[in-house]
Design a protein around this ligand. Sequence first.
Ligand code: HEC
Ligand code: HEC
Length: 293
Amino acid sequence: MTSENPAPGRGLRAGLPARFARAVGARANGPAGRGRRRLGTIVRISAALALAGGVYASFAPGMAAAEDTSALTPAAQLGKGLFDTSCTTCHGANAQGVPGRGPSLIGVGAASVEFQVSSGRMPMARQEAQAQRKDPFFNEDQTRQLAQYIQELGGGPEIPQGPLTPTGSKEATAEAVARGGQLFRLNCGSCHTAGTGGGALSSGKFAPAIAPASERQIYAAMLTGPQNMPVFGDNQLTPEQKREVIAYVQTMQAQEPGGWGMGKLGPVTEGLAIFLLGMTALVFTSLWIAGKS
Ligand code: HEC
Ligand code: HEC
């Protein structure tokens, strides 16, 4: 036994390389071939180790993220603190999502977080068909910190730097607004109505009025497609076209239409109008029939 098995120390230091060298050298017939084969083995072993590491990392995402905290910028670390107290119950300790409560936020990007948090949709108070716009829970700085944290965690779309509406002369801006109106009617009107007032969708969901949204929120909504809204990536609508759409929405926001404001309350006022008109028509028709007979 003892004579056949090398000492543990020797086995580790000398035995293994010797065995590799034998396995490698067995088929080698010249010094050049041996060198090349040894290089190949090293490459193969490194690849195997890298693969094993990758498999391990993918099965232990929590640990990998926890170890990375020191790599976060100061803003993102503040964001992580806010996230840990307000968002983990539904989105998980590392934003990986919690089944039945909230989706993973890996890769949704800063734009999505800023849209959701600045419009008061997040933190969501309770499970509902669609998160509602409400007064924001976090101030602007905190919102950016949360967004920065999610951005550094998993990347994703960001609101670009610089102006979010077309710049230029008065005439150029007017043309941009006109183009924005066309784009809006083509891409957004089917859900939000051409007047940007919003409307009902199926199963308790709705496209909200765009009136309360800021230019950053409008840009972020197009970039991230919240809920049932499609994503309008830069291939569908170029950044310049997005700015034109925003300019159009802002002119609509500035115009306060007079009268009853149908559509402002969405399906409620419209239903009421149809009901009242329909009832009046029915009453007069039955009176007319009664008068004839
Ligand atoms: C009560 C549970 C709950 C809490 C708390 C909560 N969320 Fe959410 N979140 C959800 C659900 C459910 C959705 C998906 C439905 C929706 O978008 O309306 C969602 C969606 C999101 C999205 C959109 C993801 C995407 O695909 O673009 C973001 C971003 C987000 N949450 C961020 C946050 C942040 C940041 C916080 C903490 C400040 C938070 N949430 C707190 C339940 C929650
Ligand atoms: C298929 C229907 C659909 C289309 C098309 C659509 N949206 Fe939306 N949009 C929605 C829904 C649904 C929401 C609400 C999402 C939520 O509450 O999470 C929404 C929300 C928004 C909001 C947020 C409003 C708020 O309350 O803060 C803006 C801004 C917006 N959309 C702009 C646009 C623009 C601009 C376009 C066209 C480029 C567009 N949408 C196209 C369905 C749509």
